[in-house]
Design a protein. Structure first.
Length: 171
C-alpha cells in the first residue's frame, strides 16, 4: 500500500509539499516518510498543475489533496493577485472528477501550527522553494489534525502521525 499527501499553496508561484508513505515493501522502510517539495510558476501554470496532480496520483492507493484557502474580503491592496482562485479551482475540479478527497485549510491554521523555526527543526524548511514551505505547513497540519486521516489511518500512516506527534505537535 502507498499513501501520498500533497499540499498546495496556490498562487502566482504555487508551492507544493508532499509526503509518500509506504507499507512494508521490500527495500523500503515504512517508517521513513519520503518528503518532496516543488514550485510551479511564477509564469501561468494551469496545465502544469493539472499534469502534476495526475503524475503523482499514479501508483498510490490513498491520495489526500490539501490546499491553502483564499478568501477575498472585498478590499483590494496594491499588488493583489486573484490567480490563486483559478489554481484552487483546478485542484478541486481535478480531484472531484476522480473521487479524491480535497481539504481546504486557512493560512492561519497552518502558519500558527507550524512556524518557520519548527520546519527548520524538522529539517523540512527549504530556502530554495520558499512557497513550498507553506505547503509543508499545510501537510503537517493535515496529518496531525484532520479527522479523516487521524481516525481512518492505516498502520503506516499512524506511524507517520506518531512521528509528528513525537516532534512536539499536539492536537
Amino acid at each position: 500500500m502507498k499513501t501520498r499527501i500533497i499540499a498546495f499553496d496556490p498562487g502566482g508561484t504555487t508551492g507544493i509539499a508532499m509526503v509518500t508513505l509506504m507499507d512494508n515493501v521490500e527495500g523500503c522502510d515504512p517508517f521513513i516518510p519520503q518528503f518532496q517539495v516543488e514550485q510551479l510558476g511564477p509564469q501561468e501554470h494551469h496545465i502544469e498543475l493539472e499534469n502534476f496532480l495526475e503524475k503523482y496520483a499514479e501508483g498510490v492507493d490513498r491520495y489526500f489533496i490539501v490546499y491553502e484557502s483564499f478568501n477575498y474580503r472585498n478590499t483590494s491592496r496594491a499588488g493583489l493577485r486573484l490567480d490563486s482562485v483559478e489554481y484552487i479551482g483546478i485542484i478541486k475540479n481535478w480531484a472531484r472528477r476522480r473521487g479524491y478527497p480535497v481539504v481546504a485549510q486557512t493560512p492561519a491554521q497552518a502558519k500558527s501550527f507550524v512556524p518557520d523555526q519548527v520546519l527548520k527543526d524538522m529539517n523540512l524548511y527549504s530556502k530554495a522553494f520558499r512557497h513550498a514551505n507553506d505547503g509543508m505547513r499545510h501537510l503537517t497540519y493535515f496529518a496531525v489534525n484532520n479527522p479523516k486521516f487521524k481516525f481512518n489511518a492505516l498502520p503506516y500512516e499512524i506511524a507517520f502521525r506518531a512521528q509528528l506527534l513525537d516532534l512536539g505537535f499536539r492536537t
